[in-house]
Design a protein around this ligand. Structure first.
Ligand SMILES: Cc1ncc(COP(=O)(O)O)c(C=O)c1O
Length: 413
């Protein structure tokens, strides 16, 4: 038995990082755009906790304000004016002219589960139609393809063992191809049993905007509740994410990850006329009213507002993508891989030539080689930037990209 891999903490593959020598990297500290491991090695962090750390690690303004906020206590008997202020600020900043009802959660998986329950109360139907990753709860995960890969590489349907939510009268359906014809045939067969259509906003990066708009319009013909999941994008692309400002496109909006700068907070916003369904769905638990994460979110919001942050993040992301793509040009491998600036640069995604996706070990090799050279960057999943990434020097980045991609090309050829 291999005892080295055993740990008391269950760590899924997505939270384990190995270099090309198969050495697991154990991180112990973060500062600005960097994380440090237990061997005192420094890495540029473009994972950022899978998105939350929007200001950068250990931001001193954030830290000081959070310390002050501890004096109010971190969990009071019920919701507080801080919770109210937070919602009002989001609405004011987004300038949307509708009112919403909100449910505070810790994770987006919970919020999406809540949205499914609300949708069932509203429609009397139990089926779910998904497009994109929306969390780990059974209905979100059972029978999922690899949602973060381009549509043509999403063949594998996985994760049914031990999960529910796939029985005949509670169908969970995937719109995998992002082709309207597939959606129409799903709706024609099952539309009368589908309560909600959940779309991860990241899926907008694979298609023209009007494809998603058409999809939403078709779903509306079947009285299906539209849930836009802005977990990866809220507080990053804009306060309401990529599409949240377009209030005609959603009934329920999910925010998460970056809104708390690492504190666990997620929000379900539903249109005002969902008040009764949302109340009656009885979603929420002990920690829903917890205050510390809301203080963190208020502080994050203030720092973002005063630093022109959304534009700055795009600038930073674009400059990283530019460095990467200049290196692939130098190495004459633009056909094989390129970095995409998603939603103006707020997210980054390396996309590969089709044949590379057929051999996932080639994808993961690149991630390992990045680590050898001091960079934490995801493959097969978008990566993230923080405001502190403006400290990075183009030459350093290009050097890391150059060494990593050169080794990668040597190994895969
Ligand atoms: C679009 C989307 N929805 C939901 C989730 C689940 O969020 P959480 O991990 O907070 O439960 C994720 C997580 O990555 C996500 O990207």
């Amino acid at each position: 038995m291999n005892t080295i891999d055993k740990s008391r903490i269950i760590k899924r593959r997505v939270v384990r990082y190995f270099n090309s020598q198969n050495e697991e990297i154990i991180f112990i500290k973060g500062n600005g755009p960097f994380v440090f491991d237990n061997q005192k090695r420094k890495y540029i962090d473009c994972v950022l906790g899978y998105g939350p750390v929007i200001l950068g690690h250990s931001n001193s303004i954030f830290n000081n304000k959070v310390s002050e906020s501890l004096n109010t206590g971190i969990h009071l008997p019920s919701f507080t004016p801080y919770h109210e202020n937070y919602i009002s600020n989001i609405l004011n900043e987004s300038k949307i002219d509708i009112d919403v009802v909100s449910v505070f959660m810790k994770t987006s998986s919970e919020a999406v589960t809540g949205a499914i329950r609300i949708s069932t109360l509203k429609t009397g139907k139990k089926g779910v139609l998904r497009c994109g990753f929306s969390g780990w709860h059974d209905v979100q995960h059972a029978n999922s393809p690899s949602w973060h890969l381009p549509p043509q590489h999403r063949k594998a349907i996985r994760n049914t063992e031990g999960l529910r939510g796939v029985s005949n009268d509670e169908k969970v359906l995937n719109w995998v191809s992002l082709e309207i014809e597939e959606l129409k045939s799903i709706l024609n067969l099952h539309g009368d049993k589908i309560a909600c259509f959940i779309i991860d906003a990241f899926q907008w990066s694979f298609v023209d905007k009007d494809v998603m708009e058409k999809a939403i319009a078709y779903c509306r013909e079947f009285d299906i509740v539209i849930v836009i999941d802005e977990t990866k994008t809220a507080g990053r692309v804009s306060p309401l994410g990529h599409i949240g400002n377009e209030v005609n496109l959603w009934d329920i909006l999910i925010l998460g990850k970056a809104i708390g700068n690492g504190a666990p907070l997620s929000l379900l916003l539903a249109k005002e006329d969902y008040y009764d369904y949302t109340l009656n769905s009885q979603i929420g638990g002990t920690h829903s009213k917890e205050l510390l994460s809301v203080q963190c979110a208020l502080i994050t919001q203030e720092i973002m507002q005063t630093s022109n942050a959304y534009a700055e993040l795009k600038k930073i992301g674009n400059s990283i993508a530019k460095s990467f793509n200049s290196v692939t040009e130098k190495l004459n491998c633009t056909e094989l891989l390129s970095m995409h600036s998603i939603f103006g640069g707020s997210l980054l995604d390396i996309r590969f030539k089709d044949q590379i996706y057929n051999d996932p070990s080639k994808l993961f090799l690149l991630q390992r080689l990045f680590l050898d050279n001091g960079l934490l960057f995801l493959v097969g999943h978008p990566s993230f930037v923080s405001l502190s990434h403006n400290q990075l020097k183009t030459n350093d980045l290009e050097d890391i990209f150059y060494k990593s991609i050169l080794s990668w090309l040597n190994e895969i050829n």
